[in-house]
Design a protein around this ligand. Structure first.
Ligand code: SF4
Length: 69
């Protein structure tokens, strides 16, 4: 498992944005940990046309914190 820090994709609202209620995404947000092999599409408007795929420890300046609910 990897530790996820603020500013990294795993805690960003755009990480797996197409399916935000998926249990594994909620698990990552609440535990701030993720398995090494997870890759998700970034839904940020600037990346979406490129179908950018990122890991939970990736990041960019488009980071917006995901809400925990
Ligand atoms: S690449 Fe940037 S916008 Fe996309 S999920 Fe990661 S931090 Fe968020």
């Amino acid at each position: 498992m990897m530790q996820i820090h603020d500013g990294q994709c795993g805690l960003c609202v755009h990480f797996g944005e197409k399916h935000p209620q998926e249990p594994k995404l909620i698990q990552i947000r609440t535990s701030k940990q993720a398995p090494e092999n997870i890759v998700e599409e970034c839904g940020h408007p600037k990346h979406k046309p490129l179908h950018l795929m990122v890991t939970p420890i990736s990041g960019c300046s488009g980071f917006e914190p995901a809400k925990l609910n």
